[in-house]
Design a protein around this ligand. Structure first.
Ligand code: ATR
Length: 273
């Protein structure tokens, strides 16, 4: 039997067991996926235990995504670039760290807004935390010519622009509306929109016709940002899709099967939120 896990602290809220167990059942695999609470002080010992070969691999969530980088045997280039690991793969007693947010974000955009990058001239990314790093890497790799990166703390946006290259123009969150003018894609990577919060003075009117608006927040599924986008007729991409798509590469690596993000899975996870 192949075994996988998600570690975090706390871990009870994680949706990963539901996602992976649904796929395990769907494919009839002799496999398991369990949530394990690992306190920060026990992380190194847990990684040591992984080298003994009990698990094929697993997911890593808060607060271990950065700390674990220094404990694994190898990091793939994407994890290095993003500066965080959310997936571990055990290979012949060695532990490889990777980050699947990049693939999850792009796969979800491709699924929910096919053709989003055709003739795209500029995008606005909101937020400059960990999620923004994976998304900036994805958007620059897909050739988005200009990205306006707005953040409450300007210094963090400036630091990311210095790191991710000259196509990224940093600015304060207060100038967000001006940056929307003519943009063909908006991505919210900040936590604003979660559980009743919302951007103040949000006005998407200036976006390019046919623009796509994406949110990584999925509680609620339709954030105030997406609600306004929908009302103005723009294409909407919700954050639940990214959560599901980012789980695909891990499952594939541990169990050797490429799982699908289906409507059944989406509805199952949605019902559990
Ligand atoms: P993650 O790793 O999930 O991206 P993070 O590193 O804590 O989380 O980043 C959260 C992002 O949400 C940041 O861009 C943060 O802005 P600051 O850099 O100014 O902290 C943004 N954010 C969180 N709460 C916010 C709020 N009330 N208004 C505006 N931005 C907010």
């Amino acid at each position: 039997m192949k075994k996988a896990f998600v570690i975090g602290h706390p871990i009870a809220h994680s949706r990963s067991p539901l996602i992976h167990r649904t796929w395990i059942a769907e494919h009839g695999l002799d496999a398991s996926y369990e949530a394990i609470d690992v306190a920060p002080a026990d992380l190194a010992a847990f990684i040591g235990r992984l080298r003994e070969g009990e698990f094929a691999g697993g997911n890593v969530t808060i607060p271990h995504k950065e700390e674990v980088m220094g404990l694994v045997d190898a990091l793939d280039p994407l994890a290095k670039r993003i500066g965080a690991v959310n997936t571990l793969v055990a290979q012949k007693g060695k532990i490889l760290g990777t980050n699947t947010d990049y693939e999850g974000f792009l796969a979800n955009l491709d699924a929910q807004a096919p053709g989003w990058d055709a003739a795209l001239e500029s995008a606005v990314v909101i937020g400059a935390g960990g999620a923004a790093r994976a998304i900036l890497a994805g958007l620059t790799d897909r050739g988005v010519p200009r990205i306006d990166l707005v953040n409450r703390t300007l210094g963090r946006a400036q630091a990311l622009a210095a790191e991710f290259g000259p196509t990224i123009a940093p600015g304060p969150l207060s100038r967000m509306t001006a940056r929307f003018q003519g943009a063909g894609l908006v991505v919210n990577t900040s936590s604003v929109g979660m559980k009743g919060t919302a951007f103040t003075d949000l006005d998407l009117s200036g976006l390019a016709p046919g623009a796509v608006v994406a949110d990584i927040v999925y509680t609620p599924l339709i954030t105030p940002l997406l609600a306004q986008a929908r009302a103005k007729g723009f294409a909407c991409v919700d954050g639940l899709g990214m959560l599901l798509h980012q789980a695909v590469p891990g499952f594939r690596a541990w169990f050797g099967v490429a799982p699908a993000v289906t409507e059944t899975l989406t509805n199952r996870v949605l019902a559990a939120l």
